[in-house]
Design a protein around this ligand. Structure first.
Ligand code: ZN
Length: 714
């Protein structure tokens, strides 16, 4: 018997066993792999009770998933609940009166945003979990349309939050979440922070041809978090001793639903478009999905690049499998593939059900899962004192890598899931990155296992832990806690911050334990004899360490600001502070009104309060006295203020990043596409469509030498 996290899982599967036959009628065998058919029958009373339970469970998980962006169970587990409910409702219509969540779309309305009604209903997609399901979809459409020459488009299914973005006469006017399908949260201000989302559509294609703009069009797409950004955010949180996010989708959804657009802007959300809703005039609509993708690109919107075309069930299946195989290489989170009929007139012929179009089918990839033993639970203390439980696992291969650890999030999470040392657990890779424990194989639980007791004292300094009433986090309140000190030093020297070579975790640990370093300036007080006194540090490496310390005195200012570990200041905010203040002295004495407008009031208050503390001010004074002189951001000129550049082709000397750096440093902006607003196109060898577009629109085209001249003239 398998017991998953969460209430009622064992019961869920017992009942599911009895209903295996019914389940098979509505879903594939592979989707319910854990279920074995039995001849036991459910009485109508028991069925009704089970339906009620399932509805409550699903409503609970919907609330967590859609409104709080913090699901407790995996997508696959959630889908199993919904399928069991659908099967029971089908088998016992009498037990299944009233509204059922099994056929609802879910609802992401939070009540925190103004609601906006979609012009055309935003439907969901039917989902399939097996090859047989997909072939069934193909056969249905072939039969319904009475023809075998149908063309399909197979697209990756982005794992983010569905939105509808309205452009009126080519101008971005509104972004609304799916909500309940009829109306959703108006998140326009937040969506505007997405760089790739243009405020205006291009009326002229890059090749100079006309690119007609509808009077109004609802474009349907997905807001998501690129995996690199997800990793960056988690790394910084980990370094700050904050809880990491388990899944890029939840982080994307949670970010988009922040009330302060400045907070949204700190995380680089992305968007992709794959469909449309209302459009006027109707004649402006594309005739095929492929034409839609071409038009999205021509309008200057981020679209799907890697879709494929299929004509037979075999071709559809191999395209879907190809996406599944390519997942590890993708830069964005994908949880499946979507198969769509290409022809729009034929789509209109087959129509839609209450909830989903009949001409499209999503295929959900199954998550990679492995079973392994939980050897121990260690509790780590972060830079800010946060206690994080970590699962130490018997190493197991999963999706191409060996997994030996997984986060257990926090004390409440362990208590809720009753996970015990010695248990055999199921590990899945969530969002393809962070392994997560999704269930316990209770059948293999040892009779002598016992409930895990979370420490009441800090494992590093034995200070009694505290829990702020409003949060689940448990902290060590001792500011001199050696574990916190070690973490703070590790953060300062890390390559993401000041990047001091040679100061690995073991060396930092030794220096902290021996009391050689207590505050960050102590690093710069280290002398040759201090280092030589340590075991295993030879004269040569001691020299190297001192040289690295010396070099680090002149790193970029933002690195030092970030390295100090100011409350709520990640690398993005640190860069903003460096640009604004130019040196450490100015930052220390800054008043709230001096801060960059991109920072939240609470963040600003946190930094001001931090530097009110004499101990913290002394850190900066000491660093300066010890010769730490971070370099200010490249002296900015305003020669290109307000000017928009587009780069194309290969430049003779500068890399693209260098050219961009010079333009940005001079106050200019760099855009990805040429429009009437573009001031200069910087063209190199092999310039193509962008150069053409510049000529058509009459935009000035310059070469690298001219750019350098312009910069020097200033
Ligand atoms: Zn402690």
């Amino acid at each position: 018997m398998i017991g998953f996290f969460g209430r009622g899982w064992a019961a869920a599967l017992c009942f599911a066993m009895m209903w295996a036959e019914v389940l098979r009628a509505v879903s594939s065998a592979s989707g319910v792999e854990a279920i074995i058919a039995t001849s036991t029958l459910l009485t109508p009373d028991k069925a009704r009770a089970r339906v009620d339970t399932l509805r409550r469970e699903i409503a609970h998980h919907d609330e967590l998933y859609y409104k709080k962006s913090a699901p407790e169970i995996s997508d696959a587990a959630y889908d199993r609940l919904k399928r069991e409910l659908a099967a029971l409702e089908k088998g016992f219509p009498a037990a299944a009166t009233g509204d059922s969540p099994s056929d609802s779309l879910g609802d992401d309305r939070t009540g925190a945003f103004p609601l906006y009604r979609h012009r055309e209903r935003m439907l969901s997609l039917d989902k399939s979990y097996s090859e047989a399901d997909l072939r069934g979809f193909y056969a249905r459409l072939t039969k319904q349309l009475g023809r075998a020459d149908l063309v399909y488009v197979v697209e990756p299914k982005f794992d983010g939050l569905a939105v509808s973005v309205t452009y009126q006469k080519g101008k971005l006017v509104r972004a609304v979440t799916r909500g309940n399908g009829l109306e959703g949260d108006d998140v326009t201000a937040n969506a505007r922070t997405i760089r790739a989302l243009p405020r205006e559509l291009r009326a002229t294609a890059p090749d100079g041809s006309a690119n007609p703009l509808p009077d109004v069009i609802e474009l349907r797409g997905e807001i998501y978090l690129p995996l690199a950004e997800f990793t960056r955010i988690n790394r910084e949180r980990e370094a700050a001793g904050e809880a990491t996010f388990a899944h890029p989708r939840n982080l994307a959804a949670g970010t988009l639903k922040q009330l302060d657009p400045r907070e949204v802007a700190e995380r680089k959300l992305a968007i992709v478009f794959y469909g449309w809703g209302a459009c006027a005039p109707i004649t402006a609509l594309p005739a095929t999905q492929r034409e839609f993708h071409a038009r999205v690109r021509a309008w200057g919107l981020p679209g799907l690049e890697n879709f494929s075309t299929a004509r037979t069930a075999d071709e559809i299946w191999s395209a879907v499998q190809a996406f599944d195989r390519s997942r590890p290489q993708l830069a964005f989170p994908v949880d499946g593939a979507v198969v769509k009929l290409d022809s729009v007139p034929l789509r209109n012929e087959v129509g839609a059900t209450e909830h989903a179009p009949r001409w499209a089918m999503a295929y959900k990839f199954s998550p990679d899962r492995a079973e392994t033993q939980l050897l121990a639970i260690t509790v780590q203390v972060g830079r800010t004192g946060l206690l994080t439980p970590v699962a130490e696992l018997a190493p197991v291969r999963l999706a191409g890598s060996t997994i030996a650890r997984a986060s257990l999030h926090n004390r409440a999470e362990i208590a809720r899931s009753d996970i015990r040392v010695g248990d055999f657990v199921y590990v899945e890779k969530a969002g393809e990155i962070i392994p997560a424990i999704v269930g316990v194989n209770v059948a293999r639980r040892s009779a002598t296992s016992h409930v895990f007791v979370f420490p009441t004292q800090c494992p590093a300094c034995q200070t009694a832990v505290v829990q702020a009433s409003a949060e689940v986090a448990v902290r060590c309140p001792n500011i001199d806690c050696p574990a916190q000190l070690t973490r703070r030093f590790q953060h300062f020297v890390s390559d993401a911050a000041v990047d001091i070579e040679g100061f690995g975790p073991a060396l930092i640990d030794t220096l902290v334990v021996r009391g050689r370093i207590k505050t960050i300036p102590d690093l710069y007080r280290l002398r040759l004899e201090d280092l030589l006194a340590l075991n295993g540090v030879a004269a040569k490496s001691a020299d190297r360490l001192l040289a690295a310390l010396d070099r680090s005195k002149h790193v970029e200012l933002w690195r030092v600001i970030y390295g100090l570990g100011l409350p709520q200041i990640g690398s993005v905010s640190a860069k903003a502070l460096a640009r604004k203040f130019g040196n450490l002295d100015a930052l220390v004495v800054a008043r709230p009104e001096d801060f960059p407008a991109t920072l939240r009031a609470t963040t600003i208050a946190g930094v001001v309060a931090y530097f009110k503390e004499p101990k913290n001010r002394a850190v900066v004074t000491d660093l300066l006295a010890l010769g730490v002189q971070p370099t200010a951001p490249v002296a900015t000129s305003t020669i290109f203020a307000g000017k928009i550049f587009v780069l194309t082709g290969t430049l003779p000397n500068l890399t693209r990043a260098q050219a961009e750096g010079k333009i940005l440093a001079a106050g200019g902006k760099v855009s990805g596409s040429v429009s009437r607003k573009t001031d200069y196109v910087l063209a190199g060898e092999g310039s193509g469509a962008k150069l053409e577009a510049a000529r058509t629109l009459g935009v000035a085209v310059i070469e690298e030498t001219r750019l350098l001249e312009m910069l020097e003239e200033n």
